[in-house]
Design a protein around this ligand. Structure first.
Ligand code: IMP
Length: 431
């Protein structure tokens, strides 16, 4: 049984913990999109470590981690991560496979990212400045450079780099970047990358033939998806379930279950509408107690109430079987909690689905349902029945509003601080 674990809101739902916790039940963990814009915090022997590109399965013995063709790879970022893992005593040899078809983030993609943001001015996206967008732009513009190109014929690579650099020089006024140092650096990166590179699709097909199980790990989230997110305030890849087939070369029938990760409230980093956004004391309280600061950039995250319209939309787009509800403990001690069940439009009409037009979303006012809070802590609770009754009621209401069960409820950052509902889909998947 292969499953997908992906984000249902605007990212940072705590996918890392869920993936990490489920990994021992799988033989491969595969990333299908995004790049080192993702940030995923794990603890290794008491030391905090933030993974960006490498799936967290790397920390578990007997698991192969795959970086699929849909991912954009910055070799410098990848080597840094591998070096940091080695310094922590984690053996990565033979445990990582990078698709030969993955596109490379070139050194100047970051510069283009920053420039494009500056040019947008007030309409900036609030990107992570990692060069993700420009790398995907080159990919769809059919001038991108793939890892197999870096490892292949040197003359052909020289020509591709020349063309790519001249496209860049046309974008940046009066720029005359020389392609040769870019080419030389790529060759050096290629030498170090070579042992990790292979055919990811073929590898995964063989894992399945042998009866092995695969976890497809999403980065970012549904509302940041290039097609289904709050465009243009999105990332440049398909973070939704559809990205798995294209980003790894696996058939749709290989995805047997989909687990959506949702925070018990909502956060967003970067620009774009966030209908349930809070300001002032309550926002600060959520931010501090949830440690809502970007794992990649350290930026403070915008915080708001749980938006059931958003998560219901994610359930539909991804065909979610269940939710993993995270950070419930962050709401501990609040006198009341709110859930957005729909929106009222500027003209007074109601909306119970996410509008495609951002202006409508930005001007929509959330309709809230208020539930009693709980004064007893949920922190560290490991069974649903042991949660305070009001917290149980909150979780049940989210299940009703989203239409899917909360199979996992996370009550703290530690792996042990988790409830896995015994009668849930997830319990069957990992049995
Ligand atoms: P980019 O992916 O760096 O181009 O950024 C595009 C948008 O996606 C920005 O709003 C970023 O803040 C957001 N984003 C990208 N990666 C993540 C992530 O891992 N968590 C949350 N937001 C992200």
């Amino acid at each position: 049984m292969n499953i997908a674990v992906l984000g249902t809101q605007w990212g940072d739902e705590g996918k890392g913990k869920i993936v990490d916790m489920l990994t021992p039940h799988f033989s491969a963990v595969a990333r299908y999109q995004g790049g080192h814009n993702a940030g995923h915090t794990v603890y290794v022997e008491g030391k905090k470590f933030v993974l960006h590109l490498v799936p967290s399965g790397i920390l578990h013995p007997g698991v192969t981690c795959v970086i699929g063709n849909g991912v954009v790879v910055d070799p410098v970022a990848l080597f840094k991560e591998l070096d940091e893992l080695a310094a922590l005593g984690i053996d990565t040899s033979g445990k990582l496979l990078v698709s030969e078809k993955a596109h490379v983030i070139l050194p100047y993609h970051r510069e283009l990212d920053i420039l494009s943001e500056a040019r947008r001015g007030e309409r900036k996206i609030g990107t992570t400045s990692r060069g993700i967008g420009p790398a995907y732009e080159d990919k769809v513009g059919r001038r991108g450079i793939r890892i197999c190109d870096v490892l292949g014929d040197r003359d052909a690579l020289a020509q591709e780099v020349r063309e790519n650099v001249s496209a860049r020089n046309r974008i940046i006024k009066d720029s005359t970047l020389d392609w040769r140092p870019v080419y030389e650096q790529l060759l050096q990166h290629g030498d170090r990358l070579r042992p990790w590179v292979g055919d990811a699709s073929l590898f995964l097909a063989r894992v399945m033939q042998r009866g092995g199980r695969i976890m497809f790990e999403g980065a970012q989230a549904t509302l940041l998806d290039i097609d289904h997110g709050t465009y243009p305030f999105v990332t440049s890849s398909n973070a939704t379930v559809g990205g798995i087939c294209t980003g790894l070369g696996v058939p749709a029938r290989a995805i047997h279950g989909v687990l959506g990760v949702a925070k018990a409230y909502t956060t967003r980093v970067g620009e774009g509408p966030l209908p349930t956004e809070l300001e002032g004391e309550l926002a600060d309280r959520l931010r501090e107690s949830g440690q809502e600061y970007g794992a990649s950039t350290g930026r403070p995250r915008r915080c708001g109430w749980f938006d059931a319209v958003v998560v219901r939309y994610s359930v539909r787009i991804n065909g979610l079987d269940a939710l993993a509800l995270t950070k419930l403990d962050v709401l501990d001690g609040l006198p009341e909690v709110r859930v957005c069940t729909g929106y009222v439009k500027a003209d007074g009409g109601t909306l119970d689905e996410l509008p495609a037009d951002l202006r409508s979303l930005a001007s929509a006012t959330p309709v809230y349902e208020t539930l009693p809070g709980w004064s007893l802590p949920t922190k560290g609770v490991t069974t649903f029945e042991a949660l305070p009754p009001e917290a149980q009621r909150y979780v049940r209401r989210l299940e009703e509003l989203t239409g899917v069960p909360c199979a996992i409820v996370s009550t703290g950052s530690d792996r042990a601080e988790t409830i896995v509902r015994p009668d849930s889909a997830v319990a069957n998947w990992v049995a």
